[in-house]
Design a protein. Structure first.
Length: 168
């Protein structure tokens, strides 16, 4: 019997477990405080005030480079057309653009390409010291340069007597 007594003593010494809920404790919620949101918005405003002007500069330089590559590509295309069609091909600069044409008999010409750079690349102006006539052998009648300008700089495209076109 001594074993049963000890079991009863152990059972009587154990107290029931109760959990206590305090309804006055604040609940923990996920989210941001108003102060944190204001700090983040202020940091974004500072970053944007630095980034936007740099982005505009980048875009103006990109437009200038894009216009230079476009003109160079069209000049190279005119040279290859002259060779493939075994005919002279003219590139005539005027206003804010140029035309690529094949001279025909009777002072007529067939216009193959018309390009307005001021529409495609806002803020970029184009000038040339001459018009180019590519011969069927790929050479050009006279060497010259095409200049492109905007607020961020300028680019020159040189056409050599051999008909080689390159951006300087």
């Amino acid at each position: 019997m001594p074993g049963r007594r000890r079991e009863k003593e152990k059972q009587s010494s154990m107290k029931p477990v109760t959990t206590r809920i305090n309804i006055y404790e604040p609940k923990i919620e996920n989210g941001f405080t108003m102060t944190e949101l204001i700090v983040v918005v202020a940091l974004l405003a500072v970053v944007a005030s630095v980034a936007v002007p740099q982005y505009r500069i980048y875009m103006e330089k990109s437009r200038l480079n894009g216009a230079a590559r476009t003109v160079m590509t069209d000049l190279m295309h005119a040279r290859s057309l002259a060779a493939s069609e075994n005919a002279g091909i003219k590139v005539v600069f005027s206003g804010g653009g140029y035309i690529v044409a094949r001279p025909e008999k009777d002072d007529h010409e067939t216009i193959m390409t018309t390009r307005r750079l001021d529409n495609e690349y806002p803020g970029v102006t184009i000038t040339s010291n001459r018009d180019f006539l590519f011969r069927p052998d790929g050479t050009v009648h006279a060497a010259g340069t095409v200049s492109l300008h905007n607020r961020r700089g300028s680019r020159k495209i040189a056409v050599s007597m051999a008909g080689r076109v390159r951006i300087q």
